[in-house]
Design a protein around this ligand. Structure first.
Ligand code: DC
Length: 227
């Protein structure tokens, strides 16, 4: 099986680009942030925004997550309920970032991610795919962009979904999540050894798509892998 690992901070365009490239290459696209978001949603509904480390550690085993691919799209279920849309709010983003700092949560989600990669050619995106989840991935990419560019993208995404947010709030959240995700003790956000770096600041979507796809296919070709 072939694994492509794409890591990077919030809003770098990972999921939009990854989804498109995975479909063009015929790989299964796995958005691992959705798993952390689902745990975040679960803990929010149990404990609210003031959730403590002890509460998270104590409840993680009760969090029943299932992931499935339906019509080529990843769906995520919490206790049998499809929460694929519910997990896309700023409140759940922050909760996801908070729960993701807990080793018990990361351990809980690790096997689910590895199993999917054992059984499929995957393009998986997240924060620690190349460093922890799939250190033997044939292709590792670290995708980034300036905080302002990333906040702009997130802002437009949320606006399109009809959510009322201000650009300043989104930028503040992006910076806060960057700090939280990069400075945590376990699996912090950082480029994996041997990762190819791509900075999409100022790029159009088409330009980033072209550059990222070329990085990936050049690498697969260099390794002589058929896809
Ligand atoms: O990619 P995203 O915004 O959906 O991720 C939500 C949060 O989950 C993010 O702030 C950090 C965490 N996360 C993680 O720690 N490891 C991953 N592989 C993916 C996401």
């Amino acid at each position: 099986m072939i694994s492509i690992a794409i890591d990077g901070p919030a809003g770098a365009g990972k999921s939009t680009l990854s989804k498109r490239i995975a479909s063009e290459l015929g790989f299964l696209y796995i958005d691992t942030g959705a798993l952390y978001r689902t745990v975040g949603l679960f803990m929010l509904s149990k404990f609210g925004t003031g959730m403590t480390a002890e509460q998270i550690d104590g409840a993680i085993n009760e969090c029943k997550i299932a992931m499935s691919i339906e019509n080529g799209k990843q769906k995520i279920y919490l206790d049998g309920e499809d929460v694929s849309d519910k997990i896309r709010t700023p409140e759940v983003s922050m909760a996801a970032s908070t729960v993701s700092a807990r080793p018990a949560v990361r351990a809980y989600l690790l096997e689910l991610q590895r199993k999917t990669a054992r059984e499929n050619n995957v393009l998986m995106d997240g924060r620690d795919i190349g460093t922890v989840v799939l250190p033997d991935a044939q292709v590792k990419i670290f995708l980034t962009a300036s905080p302002e560019d990333r906040a702009k993208r997130r802002y437009h995404e949320l606006e399109q979904k009809g959510l009322q947010v201000s650009y300043e709030d989104v930028l503040r959240e992006v910076i806060q999540r960057d700090a939280q995700d990069s400075n945590r003790a376990i699996a912090p956000l950082k480029p994996a050894e041997g990762a190819l770096l791509l900075d999409t600041t100022g790029n159009s979507f088409e330009k980033s798509l072209y550059q990222l796809k070329k990085l990936i296919t050049d690498r697969l070709d260099a390794l002589g892998l058929q896809y």
